[in-house]
Write a protein that binds this ligand. Structure first.
Ligand code: NDP
Ligand code: GDR
Length: 360
């Protein structure tokens, strides 16, 4: 049985990847951070009682900012594959915590690569680095492919640029099987609530059920190439199954704006959007009952990435990449799940079990 280690196992991609690898018969180890509340919601369905023998999903406490735990865990489990998905992954937040972001996202990657080297696992352990389309930032070419020059536009992207190059360097310097997946935005019902897609589907579902008044967004004209996380983690695995390590762009090749995302989500819910917010009453709708969306400059970024569009030709050719989920299916699935969540919250509220809305 192959042994895999996933950092960031409690995140969106970590949860989908853990499920995929378990289905493929792997023993999956994951690193989770200590938090003051439970943070394993996304992988609770995979949980196995550690007191039972032969568990094949095992969680370890750890953090990318601490080499000691990384060396100890890797030494103990001797993984065939490491998927480095852990990161402070929110672009806007990276402007608030730039030093921490550099430490976790940049140096964290180095710490894992060094652990592999210190332990003499260069020839055994394959390494996947979660690189990002944010590297292209101020785009130099449309669409973006593996050869497009980088121009990062946030502390997050700059930290990820270090991680990208240190992965390439360890591959070239020490002959390690190490590769970068340059993934464009990918979403799902498991997406964190503060990324724009999930923020939209969650808010519109709650507005529809009267749990929230208004949706505040930043740059509505930003263009993104959005795919489904379930499809993208399959490519993460594929990249580690090739004969030679290489870097790949994973994208759909289709682009939409934030505004178009809102419109489609609203259409799925059967509601209309009032973009200007004129004539709003206390229910958060206008005189025609339309849902209000307002722009709040607090969500603007000091330097914005206006447009991203990937060219996944290389992945198509070498990995057989074909995204299974269309943009419309992705939006419909996210809306459906968030409507279900909102219905549950509304039921609780209606029956008086919720004194205040703790999500607001
Ligand atoms: P999430 O934010 O959902 O998950 C990030 C994971 O990293 C969480 O498990 C988080 O733990 C963990 N983490 C954060 N900081 C640390 C740390 N210091 N030490 C250990 N673990 C830490 O991200 P996604 O699943 O969406 O993305 C996975 C990776 O892919 C990230 O590296 C992201 O930057 C990158 N990426 C994502 C894309 C996307 O569109 N989703 C596109 C391109 C790249 P906790 O649950 O406790 O917060
Ligand atoms: P991004 O994703 O920055 O591309 O990074 P996000 O969903 O945060 O933003 C996408 C675009 O939407 C605009 N936007 C808003 N964004 C947020 N979060 N909240 C808002 O209210 C809002 N209004 C408009 C943003 O300005 C931006 O242009 C994601 C992360 O998963 C990274 O980790 C990953 O590397 C990249 O995708 C690829």
């Amino acid at each position: 049985m192959k042994v895999a280690l996933i950092t960031g196992v409690t995140g969106q991609d970590g949860a989908y990847l853990a499920e995929l690898l378990l289905k493929k018969g792997y023993i999956v180890h994951g690193i989770k951070r200590r938090a003051s509340l439970f943070n394993t919601d996304r992988v609770d369905h995979l949980y196995q009682d550690p007191h039972v023998n032969n568990a094949n999903f095992i969680l370890h406490y750890g953090d990318l900012t601490d080499s000691t735990n990384l060396i100890r865990i890797i030494q103990r489990i001797q993984p065939d594959e490491i998927y480095n998905l852990a990161a402070m992954s929110h672009v806007a937040v990276s402007f608030q915590t730039p030093e921490y972001t550099a430490n976790a996202d940049g140096l964290g990657t180095l710490r894992i690569l060094e652990a592999i080297r210190i332990l003499g696992l260069e020839k055994k352990t394959r390494f996947y680095q979660a690189s990002t389309s944010e590297l292209y930032g101020l785009v130099q070419e449309i669409p973006q492919r593996e050869t497009t020059p980088f121009y990062p536009r946030s502390p997050y992207a700059v930290a990820k640029m270090y991680a990208y190059w240190i992965t390439v360097n360890y591959r070239e310097a020490y002959g390690m099987y190490a590769c970068n997946g340059i993934l464009f935005n990918h979403e799902s019902p498991l997406r964190g609530e503060t990324f724009v897609t999930r923020k939209i589907t969650r808010a519109l579902a709650r507005i529809k059920l009267g749990l929230q008044d208004c949706l505040y967004l930043g740059n509505l004209d930003a263009l993104r190439d959005w795919g489904h996380a379930r499809d993208y983690v399959e490519m993460q695995w594929m990249m580690l199954q090739q004969e030679e390590p290489e870097d790949f762009v994973i994208a759909t090749g289709v682009q939409y704006s934030v505004r178009q995302f809102v419109d489609l989500a609203a259409q799925e819910l059967g509601i209309k959007i009032n973009w200007d917010g004129h004539g709003v009453d206390e229910t958060g709708t206008d005189e025609n009952g339309n849902v209000i969306v307002r722009v709040d400059p607090r969500y603007f970024r000091p330097t914005e990435v206006e447009t991203l569009l990937g060219d996944p030709s290389k992945a198509k050719e070498k990995l057989g990449w074909v995204p299974k989920t269309t943009f419309h299916e992705l939006v419909a699935e996210m809306v459906r799940e968030d409507l279900r969540n909102a219905e549950r919250d509304e039921l609780v509220k209606r029956n008086g079990y919720l004194a205040y809305d703790y999500h607001e």
